[in-house]
Design a protein around this ligand. Structure first.
Ligand SMILES: [Zn+2]
Ligand SMILES: [Zn+2]
Length: 103
């Protein structure tokens, strides 16, 4: 389900693996979730090109702690999982453009 250079079963990878790095992302026409854009690039040879809009209700985000999916438009407004309340990395906000179309 989650593709990448994972270091545990909660969505942490060799690039991002602090306590709060537990979110993975999905893209259109691809059933897999990726823990970060570098993991995606390692597999596909480029960063994600085909992305959901940041206002989308698509459940393209998964919490690695509880494995529940989160709608994009909800995920971008919270700093913790709405299901299990595990904290997310606030630094992810600086990278939203890599995972979602911003317009
Ligand atoms: Zn990674
Ligand atoms: Zn959760």
């Amino acid at each position: 389900m989650i593709r990448g250079s994972l270091t545990d079963h909660k969505g942490r990878c060799i690039h991002y693996n602090s306590d709060v790095d537990i979110v993975s992302y999905r893209f259109p026409n691809d059933p897999h979730y990726y823990p970060c854009f570098q993991c995606y690039e390692a597999i596909h040879g480029h960063f994600p090109r085909n992305k959901y809009n940041i206002s989308s209700e698509e459940h393209a985000v998964v919490c690695g702690a509880c494995k529940q999916t989160i709608a994009i438009n909800e995920y971008v407004q919270v700093n913790h999982c709405p299901h299990c309340h595990h904290q997310f990395n606030p630094g992810c906000h600086d990278h939203f453009h890599l995972y979602f179309n911003m317009n």
